[in-house]
Design a binder for this molecule. Structure first.
Ligand SMILES: Cc1cc2nc3c(=O)[nH]c(=O)nc-3n(C[C@H](O)[C@H](O)[C@H](O)COP(=O)(O)OP(=O)(O)OC[C@H]3O[C@@H](n4cnc5c(N)ncnc54)[C@H](O)[C@@H]3O)c2cc1C
Length: 460
């Protein structure tokens, strides 16, 4: 019999395990993960894990207001308030587990400061697994949770595994991610083509919604935006994880027929990338587009860090040659570029990629380009293919501030959840928040789960 059993060895699960055993060093706490040890860690392992922190001691300004804006007012403000209040203390605690932090390495340096762990997401996994093992947490790999065991009062009393084991536990923490790895659920929620979305990293598809489904079957309430997902534009030729191509605001985007379809400069890249990636995947023929820039993009300081593909772009001295290389009809691309160039009525006095500059196209081009609209005239011209890659889904479990999973009649006894599996995001993913909330609410889940098993009143 375990005291606390945690499903999933990502940021949320590891934070839960360590915080539980810290409160009760004699307790039996175990983490199970469906993958072998070297591959466990889901999305966390592949994530840069940027965090919306001004410094280790303070969340970024307007944190809560920004969360409500990103969710279009649908998010739970109390949840984001709790996250903001607990984040500094949680990151100091993470330091005590051996994790160090640094300022985010990223292009567009004028952006608000973010921090990230040294070693990024893999650094979290390595430091936390080491700390958890030293404190006595047990790890069971290649152990896939299949359903929750419940008693006659519907209190959770363990996990049944896919290979038929019954792991009894006084409390269970579900931290096994969203459902992006489940083609059937993806199709049900997002429609045709959703099942063909490429995962952005090798760990992304390990989260196949099993945790969500087993909790719903035990009476958990659903929450979050079931039509929402975080998806980013990548180079489909690349073998790299997260092979991002983020220079489209400074050029144009065309479909495979050579026609523009999107306001490339609608806002800063992190404010448009989800919508763009969805349009490319769900609406364009072949689910692919081309980013076309001229050689002025090479003048952006550190522009290389906005392109994470190891495959070089196509390159030519004329648009016609570039079109042939890309397999786009040269006449259509030439028409598109000449219409776009004609609509670019200004030139920036000083080009600044990190701020919207208000330099928009004249109104007679469709779609309009709202910022950074300057003509593409300076060869060589470059073309990068782009496709959407899913990072995580938003729909998940309803949890309270104590990370307890809500059911119809209140929290389900013995059941906690944290991280991506919980449904707290709506509309647009709040940038640089997913790992913070996995750590903060994972830690709360672990504490409350162990307090419950020892008969103490759970906190919060
Ligand atoms: C490329 C990339 C970039 C990102 N960038 C950022 C960023 O900069 N900032 C940010 O905040 N977030 C970012 N994210 C998102 C963030 O990393 C994740 O949302 C977060 O790490 C999820 O943590 P988690 O613990 O909830 O789940 P995960 O880390 O995904 O862990 C889930 C674990 O559960 C296991 N599992 C799944 N199903 C089962 C089962 N049935 N039984 C047992 N085990 C199971 C999996 O194997 C996995 O180990 C990024 C993600 C990726 C992939």
């Amino acid at each position: 019999m375990y005291d606390v059993l945690i499903v999933g060895q990502g940021a949320a699960g590891l934070a839960a395990a360590i915080s539980a055993i810290e409160l009760a060093p004699q307790a039996r706490v175990a983490v199970i993960d469906r993958m072998p040890a070297a591959q466990a860690g889901g999305n966390t392992r592949w994530s840069p894990s940027n965090m919306r922190m001004k410094s280790l001691h303070e969340v970024s300004p307007n944190f809560e207001a920004d969360m409500m804006t990103a969710s279009m007012g649908r998010g739970d403000q109390a949840y984001f308030h709790e996250l903001a209040v607990c984040a500094p203390d949680t990151l100091h605690w993470a330091q005590q587990q051996g994790l160090q932090f640094q300022t985010m390495d990223y292009f567009l340096k004028a952006w608000p400061t973010r921090i990230q762990p040294v070693g990024k997401g893999a650094g979290i996994i390595d430091a936390f697994v080491k700390s958890a093992k030293e404190k006595g947490v047990e790890f069971l790999y290649e152990c896939q949770a299949a359903s929750l065991l419940t008693d006659s009062n519907n209190a959770v009393e363990g996990i049944a595994t896919a290979d038929g084991r019954r792991l009894l536990s006084k409390a269970v923490v579900l931290a096994c991610g969203g459902f992006q790895g489940n083609p059937q659920m993806m199709r049900e929620e997002f429609g045709d083509r959703a099942e063909t979305l490429r995962p952005i990293s090798p760990g992304t598809a390990h989260n196949d919604g099993e945790g969500i489904r087993m909790a719903l079957a035990a009476g958990a309430l659903a929450s979050g935006d079931w039509e929402g997902m975080h998806i980013e534009p990548v180079d489909p030729r690349s073998q790299n994880p997260a092979a991002l191509v983020l220079v489209y605001p400074y050029g144009i985007l065309v479909d495979r027929d050579g026609r523009r379809f999107f306001d490339e400069g609608g806002a800063l890249v992190h404010e448009t990338w989800e919508e763009l990636s969805r349009v490319i995947h769900f609406d364009l023929p072949g689910s692919v587009a081309w980013t076309i820039v001229d050689s002025r993009v090479l003048d952006i300081p550190d522009y290389e860090s906005a392109v994470r593909s190891e495959v070089p772009p196509l390159k030519a001295d004329t648009m016609e040659e570039l079109a042939v290389l890309a397999g786009i009809d040269p006449d259509t691309l030439a028409d598109t570029v000449s219409q776009y160039n004609a609509a670019c009525i200004g030139m920036p006095t000083q080009f600044d990629a990190s701020r919207v500059d208000g330099l928009s196209t004249a109104l007679d081009v469709t779609p309009k380009k709202s910022n950074w609209a300057f003509a593409l005239r300076k060869p060589p011209f470059l073309a990068f293919p782009v496709a959407g890659a899913i990072v995580y889904t938003f729909g998940g479990l309803s949890t309270d501030l104590g990370a307890r999973v809500r059911g119809q009649g209140g929290p389900i006894s013995g059941l906690y959840a944290a991280g991506e599996i919980t449904g707290h995001f709506y509309a647009r993913a709040p940038n640089a928040v997913a790992v913070m909330r996995a750590l903060v609410f994972g830690r709360i889940a672990g504490r409350n789960a162990i307090q419950m098993t020892y008969g103490e009143r759970p906190g919060k």
